[in-house]
Ligand binder design. Structure first.
Ligand code: TEU
Ligand code: CA
Length: 568
């Protein structure tokens, strides 16, 4: 197998520390909590943990606003806890990937405090400032702001500063070599501790055209499909910054890197991840998780439906992008997404287990590194809050205010949030059937999903047929069969509206993956020449019906059935 790399064969398990396990009863998950669950994590069979930000932060955006890159967030513990976590992981042969949030810092970072203090402060150029005597700066989006603007006026120096997210998250100025070197030495600080890589938050946005030209809606439409994130990901010098990062940090350590590929398209993806670029290893795109949100996730028609052929087209396209060069990723949920079960499967009680397992089969049988979000292995579902007061996420709260101020439809927004809100994926991990799902002995920072009484790790440990134990089996299968990692992917029956089927072929080894994405029975037919069904290697329901006639094999699947069959 040419081009083998450990990070291509790894399964990444994402932990949202705030919601995983609270050790001291303050209602917030912490590092000691994770340490106490390392044996559970190891038992899953995963290789790498990606931890969302654990650095000092005032938590305007749950750690995506960092006030000190070399300190641990107080609520999460101490540096000694961090060192113990890393040690405990390495002892168990688990790797640790941290979150690198360097498009912006917190406005409470020392650099920003200095920068805003005067126009000639040595840190002024660590951020992007627009002097007010030039008038108002050209529009840039500020994703989490009530007025939607990415500029905020700061009276102290009569200037605006740039923030693509909230005003608590000022954008760092990568044009400044001093800033770049601060970031690179900070990365090496963590690598020297033994950290195994970084997931890089909105890394495609770091480079800006600092003349800040006016972008008209027409230009945006013509050059960037009307999509601001594509514009923001197209800044000059972006790739020279990433090459410098590779040369000064990544290349010096045996680590992995994965970009949060906001604004990255089929056309631009190779520029980030091809090995000869000497930039990053992988990226994750947004096309899959954005599919079906029309016109956007704040207005999605309920129940946020999607069509399977469109879904297949996206994942098949992204497989083909990296078929010859580069390497892909696959995920259906993370801390910015709703629960995959609710969004892509079916969270009705009668389908919860089967459809969770079916989606798990999909993630772990594609040619790409799987990024699996903690809690999905239990079949956790969206909490679907009824009222805005239950939400903790800055995005939901400020979007609500924005729609209210603009006289928009709040009811429609709240309904759409039941599908798409980020807090759906952030509710506390469900450990057992005791109070607060065993997550905390105090008041959880975000409500626990009431289904914890039946959906929890302790109950699922005891049940051989649980979603949890299926996840373990599926990981073991991927580990045992290189064709599941490296095998060529070929989509079958593209137009089938219920079944997603494909083969994975490596040398003379051939597998057939069958996934019924529907709540009804469905099937596919495969010509005899495509291969004869051999062993069924995994199956989420009791049996798989296969009928052969003279020309073809007919595979018939129950609602949400998933199976992987050896073809001979
Ligand atoms: O997300 C960046 C991003 O592209 C956002 O648009 C994201 O999709 C967001 O959830 C919008 O719904 C990253 C982090 O993953 C996210 O948690 C942070 O809030 C954001 O950056 C700012 O740091
Ligand atoms: Ca705690």
């Amino acid at each position: 197998i040419p081009g083998r790399r450990w990070w291509k064969e790894a399964v990444v398990y994402q932990i949202y520390p705030r919601s995983f396990k609270d050790s001291n009863g303050d209602g917030v998950g912490d590092l000691k909590g994770i340490i106490s669950k390392l044996d559970y994590i190891k038992s899953l069979g995963i290789d790498v943990i990606w931890l969302n930000p654990v650095f000092a932060s005032p938590n305007a955006d749950n750690g995506y606003d960092i006030s000190d890159y070399r300190k641990i967030m107080k609520e999460f513990g101490t540096m000694a806890d961090f060192d113990a976590l890393l040690k405990g992981m390495h002892k168990r042969k688990l790797k640790l990937v941290l979150d690198l949030v360097v498009n912006h810092s917190s406005d409470e970072h020392q650099w920003f405090k200095q920068s805003r203090s005067s126009r000639n402060n040595p840190y002024r150029n660590y951020y992007h400032w627009w002097p007010a005597e030039k008038g108002k700066p050209p529009f840039r989006p500020g994703a989490f702001e009530v007025d939607g603007s990415g500029w905020r006026y700061d009276a102290l120096t009569n200037a605006y500063y740039l923030h693509y997210f909230s005003f608590k998250q000022p954008d760092l100025n990568w044009e400044n070599p001093k800033l770049r070197n601060e970031i690179f030495s900070m990365m090496n600080f963590w690598f020297d501790k033994g950290v195994d890589g970084f997931r890089m938050d909105v890394i495609p946005f770091i480079a800006k055209d600092t003349t800040f030209p006016v972008i008209t809606p027409k230009m945006l439409q013509q050059k960037y499909h009307g999509d601001w994130s594509q514009y923001l990901a197209s800044g000059p010098k972006l790739h020279s910054y990433l090459k410098e990062m590779y040369a000064k940090t990544l290349s010096k350590h045996n680590v992995m890197s994965v970009a949060e590929g906001a604004g990255v398209t089929a056309e631009t993806a190779h520029g980030f991840v091809d090995e000869d670029r000497k930039e990053l290893n992988m990226l994750y795109h947004f096309e899959g998780v954005s599919y079906g949100y029309e016109p956007n996730k704040f207005k999605t028609p309920i129940p946020g439906g999607y069509k399977l052929p469109g879904f297949k087209a996206i994942y098949s396209k992204w497989d083909s992008i990296f078929a010859l060069k580069g390497w892909g990723t696959i995920y259906l949920g993370n801390h910015d997404q709703p629960r995959m079960l609710t969004r892509w499967g079916n969270d009705l009680p009668q389908f919860r287990e089967a459809s969770s397992k079916m989606l798990t089969t999909f993630i772990l049988s594609m040619r790409a590194t799987p990024y699996y979000f903690s809690g999905d292995e239990l079949g956790m579902s969206n909490i679907k809050f009824d009222k805005i007061e239950d939400y903790r996420d800055i995005e939901s709260i400020n979007m609500y205010k924005q729609i209210k101020e603009r006289g928009g439809n709040l009811k429609e927004f709240l309904e759409a949030q039941k599908i798409s809100a980020r807090d759906n994926g952030r509710t506390p991990f469900q450990w057992n059937g005791s109070a607060n799902a065993g997550f905390t002995s105090g008041q959880p920072w975000l409500k626990v999903n009431p289904n914890y009484t039946t959906v929890n790790a302790a109950a699922e440990e005891k049940d051989q047929k649980s979603v949890l134990n299926y996840f373990r089996k599926m990981i073991a299968l991927r580990k045992a069969l290189p064709e599941l990692v490296y095998g060529k992917y070929t989509l079958i029956d593209r137009g089938n509206e219920k079944v997603y089927a494909y083969t994975r072929v490596l040398g003379d080894k051939k597998l057939l993956v069958l996934l019924n994405f529907s709540a009804t029975q469905a099937g596919i037919a495969l010509p005899l020449a495509a291969g004869h069904p051999g062993a069924v290697l995994i199956n989420n329901l009791s049996d798989l019906k296969i009928d052969a006639n003279k020309t073809q094999n007919n595979y018939s699947l129950k609602p949400y059935q998933a199976a992987i069959v050896r073809l001979n």
